[in-house]
Write a new protein. Structure first.
Length: 201
């Protein structure tokens, strides 16, 4: 079992399948974490920051890496890069619409990209959020609402869309707060938690 774990996710349809991202590739467990083996398909010796299963297909995974966005349709046995998100436009986070899982949002240094057909085609970021986005979350109870952490210069802002990424608004975080990660409450709309460097959650 690897110890340098950077990402961990369960397969929604079968929690016995666990994907473990590390600084040197990806491991997979098929027995609920009792054991795990390194997947030796191509293009897996990269730093995995996030692994996201596709809710529509248990065999399809997306991986957020420093080398770009990778996609597997073979439960991680083989991976292909999504050309739009290379090492010059590396993704920071990926979320699916929980109601319409063919819709995907990806946060990048150039804004938030959106696909409505499982990543086949992508809409370019809205001009109001065409700068770096460090994190992205979506409300389960109201999937038209998304939140993100944007970076403009040295300052971080909270960005919000209430129409599925069509338009975005931004607001400042309280003075002295440096957010690193967001979590949207799964049961209430408008409730957001932030992991910060100075004040915890």
């Amino acid at each position: 079992m690897p110890t340098d774990i950077t990402a961990l996710t369960l397969e929604p349809s079968d929690p016995q399948f666990i994907y473990i991202g590390t600084a040197n590739g990806i491991y997979r467990s098929v027995d609920g974490g009792i054991s795990a083996s390194r997947i030796t398909g191509p293009n897996v010796s990269v730093y995995f920051a996030e692994i996201v299963p596709n809710p529509l297909s248990s065999a399809t995974l997306y991986a957020v890496t420093l080398n770009g966005l990778l996609k597997s349709t073979t439960r991680g046995e083989s991976w292909n890069g999504v050309s739009l998100f290379s090492n010059i436009n590396p993704p920071a986070a990926l979320v699916f619409d929980p109601v319409a899982p063919a819709t995907i949002y990806v946060a990048t240094p150039r804004g938030v990209y959106k696909s409505v057909n499982e990543g086949v085609d992508w809409q370019i970021p809205h001009p109001s959020v065409s700068y770096e986005v460090l994190d992205l979350v979506i409300e389960r109870v109201n999937p038209q609402t998304l939140y993100g952490i944007s970076l403009f210069g040295v300052n971080r802002f909270l960005i919000k869309s209430t129409n599925g990424g069509g338009t975005w608004s931004s607001s400042s975080f309280p003075a002295g707060i440096t957010p690193m990660m967001l979590i949207a409450d799964p049961n209430q709309t408008g409730v957001l938690y932030a992991l910060t460097t100075q004040h915890g959650i």
